[in-house]
Structure formats: structure tokens, C-alpha cells
Ligand binder design. Structure first.
Ligand code: GLC
Length: 525
């Protein structure tokens, strides 16, 4: 028998709270499927939650992920599989389609792959050269339905469903009917559906579903949508979740403004203090220059000697002169307008004239890097462009470059700046979102900065910050070493602050769910 539990004490801390059961729904999770920071964060948070005190969470947590093409499960990690049937989004009426749920022992959590080849055995996760897949609502709707469906079938509904980005948003309308965790005795039988925490990693992608596709989301959505209207899935989840966070306090404030809100600032403002920021952490086991086996030499904060070998190794591999000790700036990212590759391209001729060399890795559709490609072709010894997602090369860049560029136009959090700090490579970042929250500008805080921060998303301002960097790099000596040391000392470990903040958010989401619904005056007009 567990401790006595009744409605009055539930979740209010009058007795020791029961461990929570949490399930994630997400479209990416490293190392199984990743195009960007979303994949890193889903994996790292799920793993960090495994090391929270046992009384806080029931672990391991579940992470639902689509089984994309090529995602193979090593047999020694296979925990089991089962087939459930869900409504077939491509057919009308009561037709159902089988979905296999494959359970995998991941590192610190249970990965639950949703296997439906017609939806996910494709050349891309979200689209191909022709653009987004037109049936994305059907695909991610089915994914969410299967996740909620299997939890319901197992009678193990979590206390909190943690939805990540628009791909998980369809669940907002499948979950309420699901019934609560009677089996684990957290609440009076059947009284509470799972509380929902929505984490917005990227406010730019909404999962817009046009009117002629809404039926693919099923009756739960068509019944609330007029036939002429489409559905903005992210907006619907923002409106319906018990609690919403984004991945830094800075971006949480920015998102409330028209300039950064991507059309959803009004909806976010409407949720009041139910919308807030939790700064992402960094997986300090995965990102550790002292144990990084890809690097030419290990190093750490107390002994940075290995950095020189890492720099020489990077430059040699790219056909650049390792003996030239002029500044080398690295940049890594998805080829997305968000990331500011165009600012770098515009700034590049001035930077090259200043003696800077550039090492740029960009993955995704290449139309954004035309001018960088031309520069790389004409200045092969000074500009390297790596047009692919290359995990090992990324590590070599973090370690071997002298500085790391993140000129993002907006950045809900960003991972690269945290990695580069830990790898002793000072970041040069635009003052936005999580970048502004994690990097302290050395020129305006001499002796206490960790990098270089520029105010405006313009090539001119970027050049200004790079010149400040170049001056300090060139001067070298103790001030430079102290700058690296401060950056390497910053503690971004998930376990320190971010994971505990999520546990607190889970508890708050449950309390909000359990509280009587506020009376909402109908809005006219
Ligand atoms: C998205 C955001 C990025 C954030 C990541 C993980 O990729 O653009 O800023 O770090 O999600 O939360």
C-alpha cells in the first residue's frame, strides 16, 4: 500500500508527494533521430530525469519517437513490441491501421518507437526536396494517437504528458479522454486525465494544417474546427496545455512580443504566468573535452595543452595551414534562415581581409549557402564549408576553432554556445533568447565575460564583435586564458538546474490540472 492520498492532499505537498510518471512525445531524440537541438534536448533531459531523486519521478521515463527510415534497434536493447490499432488517417470512417510500438532500452530512459511504415519509412523526417510532406498532419496525428493509445491500453497513463513542439501537439486533443493513472493510485479513480506540459523549442514551426487536411487529425479535431478553417497545431497546444515553457527565460520574454512571437505572441500572453522559460542544460557527459574520443588530444579546464593538437588536427584535415596562428572561427548549424548564415556570408569578405579563417558546417537544404560556397571555392585555404551533418567534425570544430559563431536571428536556447564554452572556444553570439542568457560579453564586462555579444542582427555588428574577438585573441596572454577559463567553468549540467526545474513544472502542471477550472468569459470579436 502506498501512502494515503486524497483529493485535498493530492499534489499539494501536505504529505510526501508520490513519484510522478512522465511520458515525452517528441519527433527527435539523439542518437536515434536528430536534425537539430530538439533531438539533443529530448535525449539529455530524459536521461537527466533518471538521476533526479527517486521520490520525485518514476523512472525510467518513456520517450515516444517515430520510427523513421533506417532507425535500427540493436537486438540487445530490444525490450519488446506490441501492435495496436488506431484510426487510419488516410481513410474515412471507422477504418483502423496497425501500428507497432517497439520498446527499446535507451541510455537512462525507455524509448518507445512508433512504427508505421506508410507514415515514417520515408526519405526525410518532415519533408523531402519537394518541401514538407503534405500529409504531415496525418503522420504526426497518427504518431500521437498511437502514443496515447498504447498508454491507455496499458492502463499506465502518466501523470504528465510532456509534449515537445508542434509534432506532439495533436496529442492535446487525444489525451483528455484518456483517463488518469488509476493503476498507480495517484488520484481517485479516473478523475484526472494527464496534465500536459508543452515545451516550445521552436516557435517558427507551427504544424499548419490546411482545411482540406484537418480530417486527417480525426474527429477530435474536425468536431472543433469549421470546415473552412485550418488548424495551427502549435497554437492549439499553447491554448490547451496546462503549462507551457520555452527553453530560456530570455526567449520567453521575447516570444510575448510581435517581433519574436511568430504570430503566437497574443496566445502566449493570454496564458499569463502559465508560460515561462526553463533554460536548457548541456549534457556534460556527452560534451566533455577530457573524454571526447574524437579529439586528437583530450584536455580540460585545468590543463588545456591538448587544445593545440585539436586545432592542428582540424586545420590539417581541412587542408588549412596549422602553423598559421591567426584566428579561426567555427560555425555549425542547420541551414535555416534562423541561424544567420546570410549574416556570416555578408560579413565574410571583411573578416577574411582581417586575417580570419572560417570553418562552417551546415546541414539541410543548401540554397542558403551559395555565397559561402563561392567563397570556399575561391579561398580554399581560408574558408572550409562542410555541407553535411557530421557529428565527429562538429566536435573537432568545437575543440579546434579559436572562436565559435552563433549569429542567429532568434534562438530559443541554442546548444552550440554552451558546448563551445565548455570546449574552451569563446562564442560570438547575437544578443537574443538563450544566447543572451548564457554568454557574458567580455568587452562590456572586462575580466568577467565569457564571450562576445552583439546587439543587432546585422553584418556590421557581427563584424564589430568579431574584431573585438580578434583583438583579444591576438593579444593572448593571461587575459585570454582567463576568458577561456571562465567559459569552461560555467555549469550548464542538466542535473544542476534544468532537470529539477522540469520536475517542479510537472508538479505545477498537475496542480493546475487538479484545480477547479477558471471561469473564462467568452471573448467577443
Ligand atoms: C530549437 C531551437 C534552439 C534550442 C533547441 C532545443 O532547435 O531553435 O534554440 O536550443 O530547439 O531546445
Amino acid at each position: 500500500m502506498g501512502p494515503p492520498e486524497d483529493e485535498a492532499s493530492f499534489g499539494r505537498g501536505t504529505i510526501a508527494p508520490m513519484p510522478l510518471r512522465v511520458a515525452f512525445i517528441a519527433a527527435e531524440c539523439e542518437p536515434w533521430a536528430k536534425t537539430g537541438g530538439l533531438g539533443d534536448v529530448v535525449d539529455a533531459l530524459a536521461r537527466a530525469l533518471a538521476s533526479t531523486p527517486a521520490e520525485a519521478l518514476e523512472t525510467p521515463v518513456d520517450v515516444f519517437l517515430p520510427r523513421y527510415r533506417g532507425l535500427e534497434v540493436p537486438s540487445d536493447r530490444l525490450l519488446g513490441s506490441q501492435t495496436i490499432r488506431v484510426p487510419d488517417p488516410h481513410r474515412d470512417g471507422t477504418a483502423t491501421t496497425p501500428v507497432e510500438i517497439i520498446d527499446v532500452r535507451a541510455d537512462g530512459y525507455r524509448l518507445r518507437l512508433v512504427d508505421h511504415p506508410a507514415s515514417f519509412d520515408r526519405a526525410g523526417y518532415y519533408g523531402d526536396e519537394a518541401g514538407d510532406f503534405p500529409d504531415n498532419a496525418a503522420r504526426f496525428g497518427l504518431f500521437c494517437r498511437a502514443a496515447v493509445g498504447v498508454l491507455r491500453a496499458e492502463r499506465r497513463m502518466p501523470d504528465v504528458l510532456h509534449l515537445h513542439d508542434w509534432h506532439a501537439a495533436p496529442a492535446i486533443r487525444y489525451a483528455p479522454a484518456a483517463g488518469h493513472a488509476q493503476a498507480v493510485g495517484h488520484a481517485p479513480a479516473g478523475t484526472l486525465p494527464p496534465a500536459i506540459l508543452l515545451t516550445v523549442h521552436n516557435l517558427a514551426y507551427h504544424g499548419w494544417t490546411p482545411p482540406d487536411r484537418v480530417h486527417e487529425l480525426g474527429e477530435e479535431w474536425t468536431s472543433i474546427t469549421a470546415p473552412s478553417e485550418g488548424v495551427d497545431l502549435l497554437r492549439a497546444a499553447i491554448q490547451g496545455a496546462d503549462l507551457i515553457n520555452t527553453v530560456s527565460p530570455g526567449f520567453a520574454s521575447e516570444a510575448l512580443t510581435a517581433a519574436f512571437g511568430m504570430g503566437l505572441d497574443g496566445d502566449l500572453r493570454g496564458r499569463g504566468d502559465r508560460f515561462f522559460g526553463i533554460l536548457n542544460g548541456l549534457d556534460t557527459d556527452l560534451w566533455n573535452p577530457a573524454t571526447d574520443s574524437v579529439l586528437a588530444a583530450p584536455y580540460g579546464r585545468r590543463d588545456r595543452k591538448g587544445m593545440a593538437a585539436c586545432r592542428a588536427d582540424l586545420l590539417t584535415r581541412l587542408g588549412m595551414d596549422p602553423a598559421d596562428d591567426g584566428p579561426v572561427l567555427g560555425m555549425i548549424g542547420r541551414l535555416d534562415p534562423q541561424k544567420g548564415f546570410d549574416l556570416l556570408a555578408e560579413a565574410a569578405p571583411r573578416l577574411l581581409a582581417d586575417g580570419v579563417r572560417l570553418v562552417v558546417q551546415g546541414s539541410g537544404p543548401p540554397d542558403l549557402v551559395g555565397s559561402l560556397r563561392r567563397l570556399a571555392a575561391t579561398h580554399a585555404d581560408r574558408v572550409a564549408l562542410i555541407e553535411r551533418f557530421d557529428r565527429d567534425m562538429a566536435r573537432r570544430i568545437y575543440a579546434g576553432a579559436d572562436g565559435f559563431l552563433m549569429p542567429s536571428r532568434f534562438e530559443p536556447c541554442g546548444t552550440g554556445q554552451m558546448v563551445s564554452l565548455r570546449y574552451g572556444t569563446p562564442p560570438i553570439v547575437h544578443a537574443t533568447g538563450g544566447l543572451a542568457d548564457t554568454v557574458i560579453d567580455e568587452p562590456t564586462n572586462p575580466g568577467s565575460g565569457t564571450g562576445f555579444v552583439f546587439r543587432d542582427a546585422t553584418a556590421d555588428d557581427l563584424v564589430r564583435a568579431c574584431r573585438a574577438f580578434v583583438a583579444r585573441h591576438g593579444a593572448g596572454g593571461q587575459p585570454w586564458e582567463a576568458l577561456l577559463d571562465r567559459g569552461m567553468a560555467v555549469d550548464f549540467d542538466w542535473r544542476t538546474a534544468s532537470a529539477p526545474a522540469y520536475v517542479a513544472a510537472y508538479r505545477r502542471a498537475i496542480e493546475l490540472k487538479a484545480a477547479p477550472a477558471p471561469v473564462i468569459e467568452p471573448r467577443l470579436g
